[in-house]
Design a protein. Structure first.
Lengths: 276, 334, 288
């Protein structure tokens, strides 16, 4: 809206928007601050906001006591691996649906979407059984595969909507110019779709990183990612707010940063192109 | 060389036959225009020749060699698309080089051809820009440049001017015609604009619903339209087509008179009516006349100095040797 | 619009995605259906034979069923109302020009990127704890008796946590939709003399209706499946046992796989009913 707005009104809006923004963000901010307090300061009444002795001790304690790095590594492998695997399977499929649509394309797309809506709990026991049979329980590879499957419909959909925006005539031009299928994908489609592929990767890393059903139910110790690591803090053992905060901060910081980069794509990815 | 022959070519989408069996020969070096209203199958026909669509039956030969089953890349044709279809992530130079890169030409050869094409198309200053930074006309030239460097057997143009504004369109029309004069390569040009067809073509193919209505030079089509459809489609402003009693008087179901073949007379005349609108173009004046007993207003072309206004009574007399007669089947009566 | 060659290439390239998803859908689903007709207790005798529809009947007649339906409805409904109401307000606010738009947007979106276990734990301990939580401090400051949120107002507490997580999603989508509103339309309405409230009601809200529907449906599907938030806070006690959590308990905690699978089939049917509506909207969008 390219309209001149009075400074007074803009000031009022600014105050309101910042107030709401800070209120919504407060739990994260508070967690971040608490992670630098001692356990005693963390529960002080009245609460201490900024003026305390900042300490990074909690971070080292968390790492020492619970081997944070191992969980982090599991999260990275599982989120990264499942996204990579998903992209490899989804790019050709999305290409086919976007540029060689058939009578079935729409049905296939909607069917893929419908698998995303399958309530996980409905197939919990079968998955459990399959994992035991195949020796995948509490393994990174098992979880990587499951999260790939969970997110594959979103990956296909996002890529499909991005590919759809590439005019088919450009690919036809490449064909006229003598490019075969391989050259067409390599020299024309992929470079043009890089931004779309990048945002798809970003969003799916986030979704896989935060997935908290399969990661909680199909892992025990060795393959547990950060979601499970944090859940292990749910049993209260005395004073531990500062450490909980430190662990939480470490678990969400990487993805928060990625998330901020992907906010635009978030809408497209999570509404399957229904809102742009 | 670029002689293209279509032999009983059929195209079906599912159960719908968009092109019934069609025979057509495009001679080497000819500028052929496919023209017709939207949905007439002209673009589909072009895409069949290009290899971007499969033919459902029949055969396409390029220079006598069967090309029906060849992929587009192997047909030796170049195409300029309506949207130009430039590669947005490549510079102009790389866009033009792409087909040569695909063909595996040496770097020196590529550079030489790029230079030649850029000189011819006034693109030298823009070679390192990306398509996004160019104007519509410049993009059009890049698309043409990319087609030229392949030295194809024939150029295919799919409504290349429809995305340009009116002034630019006239300029590009001339450039493409000049290009044809210079290269003498076969060109097939698809448009829905009969003015483009008339001004550029050696041979016009008028299509309707996948059927070739008439093939011929622009003047042949203008002078001797084979049927009512061609008569109404070719020529601007449109030919006046009249049915009923007045046509019966000439032993025809319809008669047609072009606006320039109606003479304004002082009194009497075959048609008498009132001027609805007069359009003064300076060189010409067009009058739209409501003639008693006719539903459609008639269009008359007169000299620039003729001055009549809304409501004036006008008497019109057709030039009899330019009267076209059509029978009940819509075909021309000789 | 393609050739035979490209069509066969397309089929080949689609095959991996279709095959893995087909397997992912069919294999576990068939197994769930299979178990749902069995009396299957892995730790207490294993497969005790076919039982027909007994599990289905027992699941809906068990004393835990209706409370879980109630908990599910309250949580899903509560979160939907809160996120959509405040989402629309926030979208309208953030769409106005103000200083620091980018930063505020980031602040508002942030909760969506917090993993569910973290947000549940942070809320549970640092805000809702009756002794050391911030709310308890605040209550004491005003001289009130601190509330033991998760046991005294368990559904409200969970709704609060989940709403905090999903409000950014609703806001972001509604903001995107708001921004696509043609400002000329609003200006035309202003010229026609429509006051702000009328403009909101007759132009902005209808424009947002599609986005609201999408938010509603997508959130419903995700909210029906919330798990971690309950898992780390109440473990399903104090009346927070949703349908999802009940099935989880039947299957993994009490190891009554047959009963749990019957519940799973109900959940699948329920999700599909919601999904059909979502698919209609998405499908319509595909045709354009």
């Amino acid at each position: 809206m390219a309209r001149a707005v009075s400074t007074r009104r803009k000031t009022l809006t600014t105050v309101a928007a910042w107030a709401v923004g800070l209120l919504i963000f407060f739990p994260i901010l508070w967690t971040f601050l608490t992670s630098f307090k001692t356990e005693a300061t963390a529960i002080a009444d009245p609460p201490v906001f900024l003026f305390f002795d900042w300490t990074t001790e909690n971070y080292s304690v968390v790492q020492e006591r619970s081997d944070y790095m191992r969980f982090l590594w599991n999260s990275v492998i599982i989120a990264g691996g499942s996204t990579l695997l998903g992209i490899i399977i989804a790019v050709p499929a999305a290409w086919a649906m976007a540029f060689v649509p058939s009578r079935w394309t729409k049905d296939i797309l909607l069917w893929m979407l419908s698998t995303k809506m399958l309530p996980a709990v409905g197939v919990l026991y079968p998955m459990y059984l399959i994992f035991i049979q195949l020796g995948l329980l509490d393994t990174r590879i098992g979880l990587t595969i499951v999260l790939m499957l969970v997110n594959l419909p979103i990956i296909v959909w996002m890529l499909y909507t991005y590919f759809k925006e590439i005019p088919g005539e450009i690919l036809e031009a490449a064909r006229m110019d003598g490019a075969g299928l391989k050259e067409e994908l390599l020299y024309v489609l992929t470079p043009m779709a890089i931004p779309g592929i990048a945002s798809t990767v970003l969003l799916n890393v986030i979704l896989a990183w935060n997935e908290a059903f399969w990661t909680l139910n199909l892992t025990a110790a060795s393959a547990a990612p950060l979601t499970a690591f944090i859940a292990s803090y749910s049993s209260p053992e005395g004073l531990f707010y500062a450490k909980l905060s430190a662990a939480s901060t470490m678990a969400i910081a990487p993805i928060l940063i990625l998330g901020w980069f992907s906010q635009k794509q978030l809408v497209r990815g999570l509404t399957f192109g229904a809102v742009k | 060389m670029g002689r293209i022959t279509l032999d009983k070519v059929v195209k079906r989408f599912g159960d719908v036959e968009v092109i019934p069996p069609l025979d057509l020969t495009i001679e080497d070096g000819e500028f052929t225009v496919f023209v017709g209203p939207s949905g007439c199958g002209k673009s589909t026909l072009l895409r069949l020749i290009a290899g971007l669509e499969d033919v459902s039956a029949g055969e396409i030969r390029i220079d006598g060699k069967p090309a029906t089953d060849l992929p587009p890349a192997k047909r030796g044709l170049a195409m300029v698309f309506q949207s130009y279809a430039l590669y947005p992530h490549m510079t102009v130079r790389k866009n033009i080089a792409f087909p040569m890169k695909m063909a595996g030409l040496s770097q020196e050869e590529q550079d030489a051809r790029i230079k030649k094409a850029a000189d011819a198309l006034n693109l030298t200053d823009y070679l390192d820009r990306r398509p996004g930074q160019l104007s519509g006309g410049q993009r059009q030239r890049v698309a043409i440049g990319r087609a030229i460097v392949r030295e194809p057997a024939a150029f295919l143009f799919d409504e290349p001017l429809s995305n340009l504004d009116a002034a630019l369109r006239v300029g590009m029309r001339l450039e493409i015609s000049e290009l044809h004069e210079r290269l003498k390569t076969t060109m097939i040009y698809v448009t829905h604009d009969q003015v483009e067809a008339m001004t550029m073509a050696d041979k016009i193919v008028v299509l309707r619903a996948g059927i070739v209505e008439q093939v011929g030079s622009p003047l042949e089509l203008y002078k001797n339209p084979r049927n009512l459809f061609v008569a109404g489609f070719i020529g601007s402003p449109k030919m006046n087509l009249i049915d009923g009693e007045r046509a019966k008087a000439h032993d025809a179901t319809h008669i047609g008179i072009r606006p320039e073949h109606l003479k304004i007379v002082e009194s009497g005349g075959t048609f008498t009516g009132k001027v609805l609108v007069s359009e003064h173009l300076g060189s010409d004046t067009f009058f739209h006349v409501k003639v008693d007993g006719l539903d459609e207003p008639m269009t008359v072309r007169a000299g620039g100095e003729v001055n009549m206004r809304h409501g004036d009574t006008i008497h019109l007399e057709p030039v009899s040797e330019h009267l076209h007669r059509f029978g009940p089947d819509g075909l021309r009566i000789a | 619009m393609s050739t035979q060659h490209s069509r066969s290439a397309a089929r080949l390239m689609m095959a991996p995605a279709v095959i893995v998803l087909l397997a992912w859908m069919l294999v576990p689903l068939t197994m769930t259906l299979w178990f749902s007709f069995k009396n299957y207790l892995p730790l207490r005798g294993g497969d005790l034979g076919w039982t027909g529809f007994d599990n289905y009947a027992r699941f809906v007649t068990s004393s835990a069923f209706w409370p879980s339906v109630y908990a599910t409805l309250v949580i899903v409904g509560g979160v939907l109302v809160i996120t959509i109401f405040f989402g629309v307000l926030l979208a309208l606010l953030l769409d106005q020009p103000f200083w620091g738009q980018g930063v505020v947007r980031i602040l508002v979106i942030a909760p969506f990127f917090v993993m569910p276990t973290v947000s549940a734990l942070v809320w549970k301990n640092m805000f809702m704890d009756p002794v050391n939580g911030l709310f308890a401090h605040l209550w004491r400051f005003f001289g009130a008796e601190p509330v033991s949120w998760l046991s005294e107002a368990p559904l409200f507490s969970i709704i609060l946590i989940v709403s905090w997580q999903w409000l950014p999603f609703a806001t972001l989508i509604l903001l995107t939709a708001t921004q696509s509103l043609d400002s000329e339309q609003l200006e035309a309405a202003e010229m026609d003399g429509a006051p702000p409230l009328k403009r909101f009601w007759h132009i902005i809200l209808p424009h947002l209706s599609r986005a609201i529907t999408v938010v509603l449906l997508i959130q419903t599907i995700f909210l029906l499946a919330i798990f971690a938030e309950i898992f780390v806070t109440t473990q399903g006690s104090f009346g927070t046992r949703t349908l999802t959590y009940l099935i989880y308990q039947r299957v993994l905690e009490s190891q009554n796989v047959g009963l749990g699978s019957a519940g799973g089939v109900y959940a699948i049917i329920l999700a599909n009913i919601v999904a059909i509506f979502l698919m209609r909207i998405v499908g319509k969008n595909l045709d354009t």
